[in-house]
Design a protein around this ligand. Structure first.
Ligand SMILES: [Zn+2]
Length: 232
């Protein structure tokens, strides 16, 4: 796990296979995404390291894949923490529907070492467990809200999943992109801003369209996979 303070009170955490972001301010802490179920100890350690004791109040979810919502159910179980996502993504998060790559799509790729390694990690990290969350509040896309003192604008970016959100933090010039735009992936040989391979997306054409402005406009991207990247 690698924790970097990107801006005042904005911490980017690189987990073993996916990333999350911690916002700290105004006496509370907010998480954006939460890694795989097996990343729970790392999620807790990252919160303990940067929150200075400010309690977790909210979790913002980019999308319902198990490498992003692994700790949501656990952290919201006592009712003191609210999980938020786009209305169109909630069925994927509650597992009413499931838009995620399955074993049927993975099997034909296993002869490729990168895919075999990724698959093994995904299974060990709890990727086949059901991390479905029951209570998720809906966030209005385009409407700014304050979380732990930071202005956050959720933007609907359907393509990777039906209701994927990226989170704009305009006061810091950065965008938390989830899987709408990444900068590296265990199964990819390229580094830098890129769109995940078509097979990972619910609708690959729309995923490409949504990523296009992020590729050029976002000053700093904090992706779901890969390192934080500032535009040169
Ligand atoms: Zn994903």
């Amino acid at each position: 796990m690698n924790v970097t303070e990107i801006a005042d009170g904005v911490f980017f955490v690189e987990g073993p296979a996916s990333n999350w972001v911690v916002l700290v301010g105004d006496g509370s802490t907010t998480l954006i995404d939460t890694g795989y179920p097996a990343d729970a100890p790392l999620v807790d350690a990252s919160l303990a390291r940067v929150s200075a004791g400010a309690p977790l109040g909210d979790i913002l979810i980019t999308h319902g894949h198990s490498d992003h919502i692994g700790s949501v159910r656990r952290l919201t179980a006592d009712g003191a923490v609210t999980a938020w996502a786009a209305r169109d993504e909630i069925p994927n998060i509650t597992r009413l529907e499931l838009h995620q790559i399955g074993i049927g799509q993975i099997l034909p790729t296993l002869w490729r070492p990168r895919f075999a390694k990724w698959t093994l990690h995904a299974i060990r990290a709890g990727g086949l467990k059901d991390p479905g969350v029951r209570d998720v509040a809906s966030l209005e896309p385009g409407v700014a809200r304050r979380f732990s003192g930071h202005r956050v604008v959720p933007r609907l970016t359907p393509g990777h999943t039906p209701g994927h959100l990226v989170f704009d933090l305009p006061d810091h010039g950065l965008v938390v992109t989830g899987d709408a735009l990444i900068t590296g992936h265990a199964t990819s040989t390229t580094v830098g801003r890129q769109v995940l391979d078509a097979k990972w997306h619910w609708d690959a054409a729309r995923a490409g369209e949504q990523a296009a402005p992020l590729l050029v406009d976002a000053r700093i991207v904090l992706p779901g996979h890969g390192t934080a990247e500032a535009r040169r």
